[in-house]
Design a protein around this ligand. Structure first.
Ligand code: ADP
Ligand code: MG
Length: 250
């Protein structure tokens, strides 16, 4: 379960987040939808514990986050329990795909056999062939890179997955396949997920189950949240109506 309680974040005079309150039950998906600069990534950065809010507090994976930087062991615990994937994957270019995926597991000194079993499971989930593992990120397609980044994020069986526009740099067909595979994976694992996106269809696709919430953000504020069908049928204002209709028109 994730909660944000009246989170505020300022960067100088800029109010990046203004009293953002949200909740996501265990196993649910929270899709943060909004234009560039609306504060979506800042919400994720606060949930990773790497950025502190000016006020308010958050709870994630049983850990409470406030305006004070958490001690090292808390950050370490968060790193274990949260998988984080960004738009460009964030893979280390000088490590092979396999080394990237296993990095945290090796650091935790997981048993070799356990690591290999997990690797095989994740390869199947992400529908990658084994030979991809020996390649460096620069030798992979964009879609393969994101699949490896997702494998890395899932390696230690995190409680929560934080996805920051992980599909947006991909071609439409590749993107659609990866969206389907990621959705199937998070549903089968029952993993609580926060997905940041500026794509209305994607936000809709990821929030069709009970416990999922679509959140429309603007200028650091939550404008409206709820099921897509509810927002589409009863938009709170013109902004929500226009924003949702742009992406859903044929
Ligand atoms: P989004 O992900 O919705 O595009 P962000 O959360 O990245 O938006 O950013 C929200 C606002 O906060 C933007 O105006 C951005 O420029 C600003 N911002 C984000 N991070 C920083 C930072 N480290 N320093 C200064 N301003 C920042
Ligand atoms: Mg962003």
């Amino acid at each position: 379960m994730i909660t944000l309680n009246s989170i505020t974040k300022q960067y100088g005079a800029l109010q990046a987040l203004d009293a953002v309150s949200l909740t996501c039950p265990q196993g649910g998906v929270l899709a943060l939808l909004g234009e560039s600069g609306s504060g979506k990534s800042t919400v994720l950065r606060i949930l990773t514990g790497l950025v502190q809010p000016n006020s308010g507090e958050a709870q994630i994976a049983g850990i409470r986050l406030t305006d004070t930087k958490p001690p090292r062991e808390v950050l370490e615990a968060l790193r274990l329990r949260i998988g984080y994937v960004i738009q460009e994957g964030g893979l280390f270019p000088h490590l092979t795909a396999e080394e990237n995926v296993l990095l945290a597991a090796r650091y935790r000194k997981l048993e070799a056999r356990e690591m290999q079993e997990r690797l095989q499971e994740l390869l199947a989930m992400m529908r990658l062939s084994h030979d991809v593992l020996e390649r460096y990120p620069g030798q992979l397609s964009g879609g393969q890179r994101q699949r490896i980044a997702l494998m890395r994020a899932l390696m230690l069986k995190p409680d929560v997955l934080l996805l920051d526009e992980p599909f947006s740099a991909l071609d439409p067909l590749i993107r659609r396949d990866l969206q389907r595979d990621v959705l199937a994976t998070i549903r089968s694992l029952g993993i609580t997920t926060v997905l940041v996106t500026h794509d209305v269809r994607e936000a809709q696709m990821f929030t069709t189950a009970e416990g999922d919430t679509l959140v429309v953000m603007r200028s650091g504020r939550v404008v409206q949240h709820g099921a897509f069908a509810h927002l589409a049928a009863a938009p709170k204002n013109d902004f929500v109506r226009d924003f949702l209709s742009i992406g859903t028109s044929p």
